[in-house]
Design a protein around this ligand. Structure first.
Ligand SMILES: CC(C)(COP(=O)(O)OP(=O)(O)OC[C@H]1O[C@@H](n2cnc3c(N)ncnc32)[C@H](O)[C@@H]1OP(=O)(O)O)[C@@H](O)C(=O)NCCC(=O)NCCS
Length: 179
């Protein structure tokens, strides 16, 4: 298990709150920038109207805004899983906010919400094998690799493998004590 020693983001004032309709423009702009399109499975850009409509329709997804110093910098979701529990997704759009402990902090908060409030037994996620930063971050949050899903997704001109990871309720309970 990776040490959970460094748990504080190096930015002050990092907040995780429920996503609201007012965040739709910032969300659309984030995806439209293309900054994370090769690392995620979101097929954007979409118009603001489409973004709002999509948010309205997918009622089984809980969305969280990642806010730093009052600025919307990314989104984290718990959505319908591929296998079981809920699937966690996360994207911080601006590179200036990467590698500063924000993702770890957000995932920790969102997992606590999932296990405590939603009473989940499992949170799962998929990540491209070359996304070493994300894999380190997930591992530090207690996620374990469970499979390589071969050529699962077509993105950026090729079929790509996905590493599948999960965190179970009992693992989170023992892991969370250390935070
Ligand atoms: C993935 C993401 C959410 C992680 O959040 P983050 O705030 O950048 O991550 P953290 O700073 O909390 O942790 C990153 C870890 O990676 C390490 N790291 C930083 N830069 C790295 C690099 N270039 N390569 C490998 N590891 C790196 C950090 O040292 C840290 O590990 P450690 O503290 O155990 O040493 C964020 O980078 C992001 O949104 N990226 C773009 C979109 C994306 O990849 N989404 C996930 C799709 S599955």
């Amino acid at each position: 298990m990776i040490s959970p020693a460094r748990v504080r983001p190096t930015f002050p004032d990092v907040r995780v709150r429920l996503f609201g309709a007012n965040d739709a423009v910032a969300l659309r702009d984030g995806f439209a920038s293309g900054s994370i399109s090769d690392l995620t499975r979101f097929m954007f850009p979409r118009s603001v109207a489409e973004t709002v409509e999509r948010l309205r329709q997918s009622k089984e997804t809980t969305r969280f805004a990642i806010v730093v110093g009052g600025k919307f910098v990314g989104i984290c979701t718990l959505r319908v899983p591929l296998f079981s529990g809920k699937e966690l997704t996360i994207g911080i759009f601006d590179e200036a906010y990467h590698g500063r402990g924000i993702g770890t902090h957000v995932i920790r908060k969102v997992c606590a919400y999932g296990f405590k409030k939603l009473k989940l037994h499992r949170i799962e996620l998929g990540v491209y094998p070359n996304n070493t930063r994300a894999i380190r971050c997930y591992t530090r949050c207690g996620f374990q690799r469970e499979a390589l899903l071969r050529k699962l997704l077509y993105n950026d001109g090729e079929y790509r493998d996905i590493i599948w990871m999960s965190l179970l309720r009992n693992e989170w309970a023992s892991y969370d004590r250390h935070w």
